[in-house]
Write a protein that binds this ligand. Structure first.
Ligand code: NAP
Length: 315
């Protein structure tokens, strides 16, 4: 069969790239498909302080660039492709992108997770016009302006600290009266003179005509509504929601088992409930979603995919 891959890896974040490295190194015909930006969430992070061996100068993009180089060196093929449909019902699996169809003996689903939206009025309309989910990509636009970061977890607080390198002032808006972020990260934020906090507060609306001009808050304890308008001399400010992630698993519904939140349950060998379909990284049901666990999942999935092919395809 023409163009039959041993393994197609859907997603080129740390899980997908590690899977690609292990699969290609095992001489499997390997294709890594990525919808838009290679690297997944990690390229939106400026600092990768907790991946072993990744010290001071390592940024998300630099780590990903090295992962890509390594996977390609061993022969993994990479293609841009937005997967719109899958068919896992036969022995040879089908992955359909907008323009091309691919076939493989095994699949590793590593399509990760995407930032959650607040869901308030005006948010979607103003994406790229003051609303951003990536500080590393967009912080520069807010040089000397004000910025609001929504959320209280590790991402919100770390990215708020990063944004202080650019913005005049950063305000963290959290729905409770204490942060969820690790204590060490909290301490850095509390010490940073450019960071302010608004507690017990939800975002009701983001307003603006083509650019963010104001944000409406509701105090969750008192019910009080307040509106913050851009300073006249600025005309705008930034809004960065970092309120968690949701799995990119919509297209797998009905093809493999998903949990209520849309994550894919696997066993310790990354097997899903369908033979030959493996899942790796943040899309999987797991307790720790980090680069190190994503890369480890990818390696395990690739080795298991090789075993699956040996047992099911070799004459
Ligand atoms: P997270 O830990 O799930 O935190 C999400 C934050 O957003 C929480 O403070 C939550 O409030 C708030 N939130 C959730 N839904 C909201 C809504 N609809 N409106 C307003 N606020 C809302 O997400 P994360 O910070 O993105 O982190 C995800 C995972 O990655 C975590 O396991 C984290 O430890 C890890 N991570 C680690 C590092 C690091 O180790 N350096 C860096 C980044 C992320 P509540 O607190 O009230 O629930």
């Amino acid at each position: 069969m023409q163009n039959l891959y041993d393994v197609i890896i859907i997603g080129a974040g740390p899980a997908g790239l590690a899977a690609g490295l292990y699969a290609a190194r095992a001489k499997m015909k390997t294709l890594i498909l990525e919808k838009d930006r290679t690297g997944g969430q990690i390229v939106t992070t400026n600092e990768v302080a907790n991946y072993p061996g990744s010290i001071k100068e390592a940024t998300g993009p630099s780590l990903v660039a090295r992962m890509v180089e390594q996977a390609e060196e061993f022969g993994a093929e990479r293609k841009k492709g937005n997967v719109v449909e899958v068919d896992f019902s036969e022995k040879v699996k089908i992955v359909k992108c907008e323009e091309t169809e691919y076939r493989a003996k095994s699949i590793i689903v590593a399509s990760g997770a995407t930032p959650k939206k607040i869901g308030c009025l005006g948010e979607v309309k103003l994406i790229g016009k003051g609303v951003s989910y990536c500080a590393t990509c967009d912080a520069d636009f807010f040089t000397d302006l004000e910025v609001f970061v929504i959320g209280g977890g590790d991402s919100a607080v770390e990215e708020a600290i990063y944004l202080t390198k650019f913005a005049r002032k950063v305000t963290i808006v959290h729905r409770r009266d204490e942060l969820r972020a690790a204590k060490s990260i909290q301490e850095k934020a509390f010490k940073n003179e450019k960071i302010d906090f608004i507690w017990d507060t939800a975002v009701e609306e983001i307003k603006g005509d083509g650019i963010v001009e104001s944000i409406v808050f509701k105090n969750r304890k008192t019910g009080e509504i307040t509106e913050h308008k851009a300073a006249e001399e600025d005309g705008t400010f930034g809004v960065f929601p970092f309120i968690g992630y949701q799995p990119v698993s919509e297209i797998y519904k009905g093809h493999i088992e998903l949990d209520k939140a849309g994550y894919i349950p696997t066993d310790e060998h990354m097997n899903t409930n369908v033979g030959g379909i493996f899942a790796a990284g943040d899309i999987r049901v797991k307790t720790l979603r980090q680069v190190i666990t994503a890369a480890a999942d990818g390696a395990v999935a690739a080795v298991q995919a090789e075993k699956y092919i040996e047992n099911n395809f070799e004459e």
